[in-house]
Design a protein around this ligand. Sequence first.
Ligand code: ARG
Length: 402
Amino acid sequence: MATKNKTIVLAYSGGLDTSVAIKWLADRYDSEIVTVTADLGNNPDLPTVEKRALSTGARKAHIIDGKSEFIEHFIWPALKASALYEGVYPLATALARPLIAKFLVEVAKEENAFAIAHGCTGKGNDQVRFDVSTLALAPELQILAPARIWNMNRDQEIDYVREHNIPITIGPKTPYSVDENLWGRSIEAGPLEDPDMAPAEEVFEWTRSIDEAPSKGVELKIDFRQGIPVGLNNKEIDSLRLIDQVNELAGLHGIGRIDHIENRLVGIKSREIYEAPAATVLHMAHNALEYLTLTKEQRDLKSIISLDYSRMVYNGLWFSTHRQNLDAYVNSTQEYVSGSVRLKLHKGNCIVLGRTSPYSLYKFDLASYGQEDTFDHVASEGFIKIYGMPIKTQAEILRDAN
Ligand code: ARG
């Protein structure tokens, strides 16, 4: 058992910043460091990460497989809520942070730690998400963010690594900052900081360019049960495999590249590139099914909720009662969002071909202009007379007043 108040639990990626943080935090706070690395489908080389944490001086290195929790409790709720920040960003990074914070807090309690720590800088959204999530889950814990304090640039960090014999190999300098999990890749910085410069092909790893995508498209059928995708091409499939397969297939066809000038919580506009093939396809399919199965009022209110939901996730308020309230509403809308959507993936396009549902509100004999038409055309006259009465009344009064 660790001595009371001598342990710090650090979110550890295995990269330069967080490796420096192990040593820096241990020295500065005269503490023992326990690291937590979450596997959220970003395919880290986990044995290497674990070894590196220990040989850099961590007392213990926890590796946590959070993939299914991430999907069931974070990704699916966000999909059901149609949460796309500023209408485009499926929130991969933003959804992952509160879960990592939850793991940090759980380990902090196990280890009787006095603080959690993370490697975020003072300019981004991620620091807010880690900090606010921790405040919500364990207000008694201290939160340490060395990169907000130490004032080292990359070269100084490399000097620090050499000086303290930190056993990491410094890879070639890449100009980009990348965060990745199974719901998407987020890429920023370097040449992307010029909003007028098209991203170089080298930033993309999950998606082919439109030029390189196959000239022949492919069809895909997705089955939903209560707003959640459960089947692919007529086969039930577990969530992780479903997301992986759609990422693979849609990526091959050049779908899911997003280029956005984003409004960060801290007031900065920043250029963000995302690759989110599965998220793009699943949001589109889910949306198509909602328009088939929800009433006008339900879908309209859901659009307003979606806007609020996406801001709430982006702004780090996942562990709020507000989110629980929104989830309750969203879940109640999803009761009949079951059925299938057929899509075509082709050269960067995801096109809805068709949709069916046992709860479809579409009635052929009402919509049809053919012989099957049962809509009461005569009744429309009376409807319009009353519906149009206020506008007619006003028009008459204004006409006569002038
Ligand atoms: N702008 C995105 C967000 O706030 C992505 C941040 C990605 N982080 C990174 N280290 N590249 O969610």
